[in-house]
Design a protein around this ligand. Structure first.
Ligand SMILES: [Mn+2]
Length: 255
């Protein structure tokens, strides 16, 4: 952890998909604890990794009492996996099967259900200054509020094409926004555990649940942090243009 620069008070740090990897969440917390940074989890905190309860209870407590870990504010956005879990708990049996098919942890279903109301209030997206944060992506050229008001939020949570190819097209609906930070679609053809850019956007989902690398991005300083299960956690200052661009193949896991 010595080789990671310490964030400054008020720095805004987005965190990619954790997918129930409490061991990697702990690495992040060891780094940011006591710094008074602002933390934004980009959703998909549950499923696949096995440590759902520890992750949910820790992140929920952080959002409700950030000062307990010396953070100035903590937000958690909704991912498609949280959305599936809500449907599994409130919808027909087919929704439960969909959640299980996507890595849902049935052993922890009862404890997770105690957090249903917390999951239900998670925001779909947020903005800070010229940056928009969201789990999956945007419909290019459209304000996400339009879709949310039409009851189509899940489209944003599952978004891949055409957003990954074209970017958000902010100039068509909000020229004050300049970049979108999102998760959901790790790309293994650009290098395992690496973030990548799209037009006006950066994806920081590094597939933590099987690459063993959790990625965060300090938006204020332009620094990426990679947390690993050994002592090789690293930081790299990479301006957008030097992050590998998404080209060609859109092969990926199913989110
Ligand atoms: Mn996802």
């Amino acid at each position: 952890m010595d080789n990671l620069p310490t964030p400054s008070p008020g720095d805004v740090i987005a965190v990619g998909d954790i997918h129930a990897r409490y061991d990697l969440l702990e690495r992040l917390l060891d780094h940011v604890r006591g710094t008074q940074a602002v933390i934004i989890f980009l959703g998909d905190i549950i499923d696949r990794g096995g440590q759902d309860i520890q992750v949910v209870e820790t992140i929920r407590k952080l959002t409700e009492d950030p000062e307990s870990e010396g953070l100035s504010n903590v937000f958690c956005l909704m991912g498609n996996h949280e959305d599936m879990l809500i449907d599994a708990m409130t919808g027909p049996m087919a929704q439960t099967l969909l959640w299980l098919h996507n890595g849902g942890n049935f052993d922890q279903y009862d404890v997770l259900s105690e957090h249903l109301e917390w999951f239900e209030q998670l925001p779909i997206y947020m903005t800070i200054d010229e940056t928009l944060f969201i789990h999956g992506g945007l419909v290019p050229g459209h304000d996400p509020l339009e879709l949310i008001e039409k009851g189509q939020a899940s489209k944003l949570l599952w978004m891949r094409s055409p957003f990954l190819e074209t970017g958000p097209r902010f100039e068509e609906w909000n020229p004050n926004l300049k970049q979108v930070i999102f998760g959901h679609t790790p790309k293994f053809d650009v290098g395992e555990g690496l973030p990548y850019t799209i037009p006006d956007g950066i994806c920081i989902d590094s597939g933590a649940y099987f690459t063993n690398v959790l990625t965060a991005y300090n938006v204020t300083t332009g620094t990426f942090y990679s947390y690993t299960t050994n002592d090789e956690s690293t930081a790299a200052v990479r301006h957008k243009r030097t992050v590998p661009s998404l080209t060609g193949s859109t092969d990926s896991c199913d989110g």
